[in-house]
Ligand binder design. Structure first.
Ligand code: 5RP
Length: 261
């Protein structure tokens, strides 16, 4: 691994503790103006001091985020289908590596849909993105997206995560599930979990904690932060779990204390 790749990875994963709190606000690329992100700049700016990286599209980055920010960017480079269309997550490349470099990103993210009839259409461009990213020392986060009819169990997520790593991904984003340690153990690269649909704050904090206990290095969380009744209090509570060894009870206490502050 060359210096540039290592340096960018250390902008995503904190070298002090090997963990990361990635803030995912890329939802607009297939969900449009997602609840909480209608005015993305107003939502995201107050959260930035507590996140290690920001994951979003190039359009959102250019329109909603100041170029003077110091937050490392993970750029979503896959897309092509929408939540209202017939083939959710049949994604291809939507941003060139040259543009990612122009945007000075720390990494790029690409979704694969293992098990779909069109899996090949997502896996082959994923491999091309890794080739291009390797050329310039840019880490690739593989998002093991899960279709509406697919189970989120350790067997399936373990398969998708391992495939992503074998294709060359540097970090895998997947979903938390029972027996999550099996997913982590059989994946040779670091794993972060997605938050998934909004759940009560207490449950989301418990899930983040359980994932870390099972070996995940952090979270790439969106809706459970920006759709929280208090997004800043919630990002601080998630940070306490990821970087401050807080228990779920301590983190929830922090959330309650910070709420409305
Ligand atoms: C889709 C994605 C999302 O765009 C997003 O990053 C997920 O974040 P969350 O589930 O925490 O809202 O990765 O596959």
């Amino acid at each position: 691994m060359d210096w540039g790749m290592k340096n960018r990875l250390s902008h995503i994963i904190d070298p002090k503790d090997g963990r990361t709190l990635m803030l995912a606000v890329d939802h607009g690329y297939f969900m449009g103006p997602t609840t909480g992100l209608e005015k993305m700049d107003q939502m995201v700016n107050p959260l930035l001091p507590y996140a290690d990286t920001l994951m979003l599209t190039r359009g959102a980055l250019r329109n909603y985020v100041s170029p003077h920010t110091r937050i490392p960017i993970v750029l979503r480079v896959s897309g092509g289908t929408s939540i209202v269309g017939p083939e959710l997550l049949r994604e291809g490349i939507i941003a060139d590596m040259e543009d990612a470099i122009r945007l000075n990103v720390a990494g790029v993210a690409f979704s694969i849909l293992v098990g779909a009839t069109f899996e090949r259409d997502t896996l082959l461009p994923f491999a091309r993105v890794i080739d291009q990213a390797e050329r310039y020392g840019i880490p690739v986060v593989a998002v093991t997206a899960v279709g509406k009819d697919m189970g989120k169990d350790a067997r399936y997520l373990g398969l998708a995560s391992r495939m992503a790593a074998e294709f060359g991904a540097h970090i895998v984003k997947t979903y938390y599930c029972p027996e999550f340690e099996k997913v982590v153990e059989s994946c040779p690269v670091p794993i972060v979990i997605a938050g998934g649909k909004k759940q009560p704050e207490k449950d989301a904090l418990q899930m983040a904690y359980d994932a870390l206990q099972a070996g995940a290095i952090g979270v790439d969380m969106g809706r459970n932060i920006f759709q929280s009744e208090d997004p800043v209090a919630m990002v601080k509570a998630v940070r306490a779990i990821v970087h401050e060894a807080a228990t779920p009870a301590e983190a929830y206490q922090k959330f309650q204390k910070e709420k409305g502050a």
